[in-house]
Design a protein around this ligand. Structure first.
Ligand code: NAD
Ligand code: DAU
Length: 351
């Protein structure tokens, strides 16, 4: 039986990866290490929590001693590293959490893997999950490839870029068997409602203003989260050591067009008159350092490893909206307590 560590498995993407691995690889013992920050939620994993090949460990990757002991205890064969502070706006107001978790936390995991696998790295794998935001911002044309130079703009993307460089450095310097992927914007079930799509679904449902940053002209390339999890599975098992793979949906949307599409679908689903929800759109102060456009070229992953997105966006968006409308309790639970304070601080001052 292989021991696989998944970090950040109680978060949005991590919970989909844990679910996929626990159900598909019954001969793996999956250890989910998560600090359970505001973004981590064990409710995301209710359906797998009692499976015999799954174990949850609460802990902080910033604590190097703890990480070292964990590797010593479980003697992992593979690591899939998703734990991170992930929200750009929070990185603008509080960058230090991002430096600690995304950089120091990643190095703690690299050090522990390096020690454990020093004798025999054969068949071992350290998979670091990263973002397309490390490449910076595109103008109206162009696309990010694996060769695009790094040019991060936010503390979040700079911390992820720093972690990517360190992962590559551990490969080049110590021969650590690493692989990296950089993915575009994900959407789907269990995403914390601070990110655009679940935030706006929740606000439309509750007739609250939809705070569009700047003019709403920024472009993002959206990918259904289960397609990202499928790509992670393929890269973990078939990706070449030392390589980087871009993952994206080939699905660019200008924010304002996406928001209007969501309003249209929700008017229909909530039985509202067409045009009702669009009235909630409120233009607010732009995000500082707001990247204009992301677009990912995932042809390397498609041609070398045979991955492709399974859902078209209209289907994925409908499915996602249905999930949030049907999982009111989940939304209620995650938007109580600290969320209210965050919302007031982020949007109260944004008129
Ligand atoms: P998320 O914020 O939903 O989840 C992050 C998880 O990490 C949470 O469960 C949290 O409790 C845990 N965590 C945070 N700090 C920790 C610490 N110090 N120790 C242990 N656990 C800790 O994030 P997500 O959107 O699921 O993103 C997961 C990964 O994928 C991140 O590395 C992110 O950079 C990357 N990524 C995200 C997207 C996206 O669109 N969401 C796109 C590309 C890449
Ligand atoms: O590209 C991958 C990245 O996508 C991931 O690495 C990040 O973890 C993830 O958070 C996401 O980053 P973005 O900044 O692109 O996502 P967010 O949902 O915060 O914003 C999407 C777009 O919507 C962006 O142009 C900002 C805009 N926006 C966002 C919010 C929260 C608004 O206009 N209003 C809002 O209230």
């Amino acid at each position: 039986m292989k021991n696989i560590l998944i970090t950040g498995g109680a978060g949005f993407i991590g919970s989909h990866v844990v679910r996929l691995f626990v159900n598909k690889y019954t001969d793996y013992h999956i250890v989910n290490l998560d600090k359970l920050t505001y973004a981590g939620n064990l409710e995301n994993l209710k359906d797998v929590e009692n499976k015999s090949n799954y174990e949850f460990v609460k802990g902080d990757i910033v604590d190097g001693d703890f990480v070292e002991k964990l590797f010593d205890k479980y003697r992992f064969d593979g690591v899939i590293h998703l734990a991170a502070e992930s929200h750009v706006d929070r990185s603008i107001t509080n960058p230090m959490e991002f430096i600690f978790t995304n950089i120091v936390g990643t190095v703690n995991l690299l050090n522990a893997a390096k020690v454990l696998w020093s004798e025999n790295p054969e068949g071992k794998r350290f998979y670091h999950i990263s973002t397309d935001e490390v490449y910076g911002s595109l103008g109206e044309n162009g696309i990010f490839t694996e060769e695009t130079a790094y040019a991060p703009h936010s503390p979040y993307s700079a911390s992820k870029a720093s972690a990517d460089h360190l992962v590559r450095a551990y490969h080049d310097t110590y021969g650590l068997p690493v692989v990296i992927s950089n993915c575009s914007n994900n959407y789907g079930s269990y995403q914390f409602p601070e990110k655009l799509i679940p935030l706006f679904i929740n606000n439309i449902k509750n007739n609250k203003p939809l705070p569009v940053y700047g003019k709403g002209i920024n472009v993002r390339d959206w990918l259904f989260v289960e397609d990202h999890a499928a790509a992670i599975d393929i890269i973990f098992h078939k990706g070449k050591t030392g390589e980087t793979y871009n993952i994206g949906g080939n699905n660019e949307w200008k924010n304002i067009d996406l928001i209007k599409k969501m309003c249209e679908i929700m008017d229909r689903k909530l039985g509202r008159k067409a045009g009702t929800s669009e009235k909630l759109i409120t233009y607010v102060k732009d995000r500082a350092g707001h990247d204009l456009r992301y677009a990912i070229d995932s042809s390397k992953l498609q041609s070398e490893l045979g991955w492709k997105p399974s859902l078209n966006f209209e289907e994925g968006l409908e499915k996602t909206i249905d999930w949030y409308l049907q999982n009111e309790k989940w939304l209620e639970n995650v938007t109580s307590g600290d969320y209210k304070k965050y919302y007031e601080e982020q949007y109260g001052r944004q008129k």
